[in-house]
Design a protein around this ligand. Structure first.
Ligand code: ATP
Ligand code: MG
Length: 424
């Protein structure tokens, strides 16, 4: 026997049974984005490795150990995007979108990270991503957060907490970085290998460590709050005031630094207590320096990304009802002439009744087998087409739900009957 080909670890198939959750989430996101004036942008899945190295930062989990990087046939180093922001900034620069312009954008699609697969953590996963360019001040920070909160509302999601923090400007962070380096250097013996490397490269990243042995040391480290510049403080107070006014509760988490280097000022994360350790469902922040870092003219910017798989898991954990689109009508056929005739009838009905979903039983089989499939399809009505009906120019209309029952219906009467029975 020919051997089958195994799927790749951490890369999932979304089967038709799961798809309704995905469709619901994506449709809700599109609807909400449209209501706030966010327009869709689509960027490639492959980019030059240098883009992510420069944007995300050398001393981050993503760049140090999670990227799918390979050489193409010309020897150029390419990377499957681990996140969307860097690629969107690259696209905005390469398409000249940032000359005194403002943009509110969104995208959705797969991201790739070589992580250890577990529940809620995969190697190919999907993000929905929002980015805004050209907006100074805390208004846009608040709007992006309110937009995400509205999305939770639309999706029936509860048990989420908003954590916010300010990382200050690049300058205030440099001062803080020196203070951290001094602090962790004094405890170098207690650090793990990752943290020791980051001590030299970027000590802020040590705060992002998930190693429980370091938790106590990290908890006692100096906090960024004491190093924040005046403008960043005002910006953060402005954001808090706007969230208060909008009635969106939040927790200030001074340890929230986020796993990417490019953030400045506002950072935030939505977490849930319903999913175990993969508890971050949506994360984001301001990245005023990134456009400049990637060669564009300095442009304030901010964005967030949510993980679709974790939202699906959360909706399932919360038992949010999701209904699949079942057919209205299932077409059962018998005799050698019925299928060709039935295909034509179904087409005609689809033209006459644009809302109708008809599933035809193609490929043959006994009446019994066809009715079993009709039942499983979830359709409310079966139309039966056999030699007798063909001869008469009629169909048998059988109710599959409720009290049941069947009668004959002439073809001219059929659209009106179906509209009355299952019309939406
Ligand atoms: P975590 O702390 O869980 O590793 P992260 O800080 O790496 O998350 P981001 O890079 O900010 O996450 O990505 C935004 C969102 O994408 C996360 O909040 C999460 O919902 C989702 N996400 C990140 N990595 C994965 C993954 N490997 N599998 C599934 N979803 C993910
Ligand atoms: Mg991560």
């Amino acid at each position: 026997m020919t051997q089958t080909i195994a799927p790749l670890r951490g890369m999932n198939d979304v089967l038709p049974e799961e798809a309704p959750w995905w469709q619901l989430i994506e449709a809700a996101a599109r609807r909400v984005f449209a209501r706030y004036g966010y327009r869709e942008i689509r960027v490639p899945i492959l980019e030059r490795t240098s883009l992510f190295k420069r944007a995300i930062g050398e001393y981050t989990d993503i760049v140090e150990k999670e990227m799918f990087t390979f050489e193409d046939r010309d020897g150029d180093s390419l990377t499957l995007r681990p996140e969307a922001t860097a690629a969107i900034v690259r696209a905005a620069i390469s398409n000249g979108m940032l000359h005194n312009q403002r943009h509110r954008l969104f995208t959705m699609g797969p991201m790739f990270r070589g992580e250890r697969p577990q529940k809620g953590r995969y190697r190919q996963f999907y993000q929905i991503d929002a980015e805004a360019f050209g907006y100074d001040g805390p208004d846009i920070d608040a709007e992006l957060i309110l937009l995400s909160a509205r999305l939770w509302g639309e999706l029936g999601i509860s048990r989420v907490t908003l954590e916010i923090n300010s990382l200050g400007t690049v300058e205030s962070r440099t001062v803080y970085r020196d203070a951290l380096r001094e602090y962790f250097s004094a405890h170098e013996g207690s650090l793990d290998a990752d943290s020791r490397r980051r001590l030299v490269g970027n000590p802020l990243r040590i705060l992002d460590s998930k190693n429980p042995a370091l938790a106590e040391l990290i908890a006692a480290a100096p906090t960024l709050e004491d190093f924040l510049d005046v403008q960043s403080r005002e910006h953060f107070e402005g954001l808090k005031m706007r969230l208060d006014m909008a009635g969106v509760p939040y927790v200030v988490n001074r340890r929230l630094v986020r796993g990417l280097d490019y953030y400045s000022r506002t950072v935030f994360e939505w977490t849930t207590d319903a999913l175990g350790s993969q508890n971050a469902i949506c994360s984001g922040g301001r990245y005023d320096g990134l456009v400049g870092l990637l060669g564009g003219s300095p442009t304030p910017a901010i964005g967030w990304a949510l993980g679709v798989e974790r939202i699906v898991l959360l909706m399932q954990a919360l038992e949010v009802p999701v209904s699949a689109e079942v057919p209205h009508v299932y077409l059962v056929m018998s005799g050698s002439e019925a299928p060709a005739y039935g295909l034509g009838l179904a087409e005609k009905l689809r033209s006459q009744l644009p809302w109708i979903r008809i599933e035809s039983d193609l490929g043959g089989g006994s009446f019994k087998a066809q009715f079993k499939r009709a039942d499983r399809s979830g359709a409310a009505v079966a139309l039966v087409l056999g030699p007798d009906e063909l001869a008469k120019g009629a169909v048998v209309l059988k109710l599959l739900r409720g009290a049941g029952g069947q009668d004959e219906c002439s073809l001219p009467d059929l659209p009106a009957r179906l509209t009355a029975l299952v019309g939406g």
